[in-house]
Design a protein around this ligand. Structure first.
Ligand code: SF4
Length: 106
């Protein structure tokens, strides 16, 4: 079972679309068709794969502040580096919170 102490989301209104985040942490960040970046949870870390790209259907979730992805503890340093390097300053990192997860999935 993957342990997680942090969660991450992207404010797409500020994303410049350079993709630096995915270069540093490809298991957490992914480019979307509109040229902006989103966060995701991969099945290798959690029970199922989900991309927070605001598409409908299984395997998709909301974007923006409602699309909060859990960060595997093994990727914390990469996610923090991504946030530090992000030119849009739009990668938001929060402590893990079950209530946030429930609101996301509810
Ligand atoms: S590093 Fe920041 S600005 Fe660049 S694509 Fe990722 S979220 Fe967007």
């Amino acid at each position: 079972m993957t342990t997680t102490r942090l969660m991450v989301w992207i404010d797409q209104d500020l994303c410049t679309g350079d993709g630096i985040c995915e270069e540093i942490a490809p298991e957490v960040f992914e480019g979307r068709d509109d040229g902006l970046w989103v966060v995701k949870e991969e099945a290798k870390h959690f029970e199922s794969a989900i991309v927070f790209d605001a598409e409908s259907g299984d395997g998709h979730g909301p974007d923006g502040s409602r699309g909060v992805a859990r960060v595997p503890d093994s990727l914390i340093e990469d996610v923090i580096e991504s946030a530090e390097e992000c030119p849009g300053e739009c990668i938001m990192i929060e402590p893990y919170d079950q209530a946030t997860l429930d609101a996301r999935d509810g």
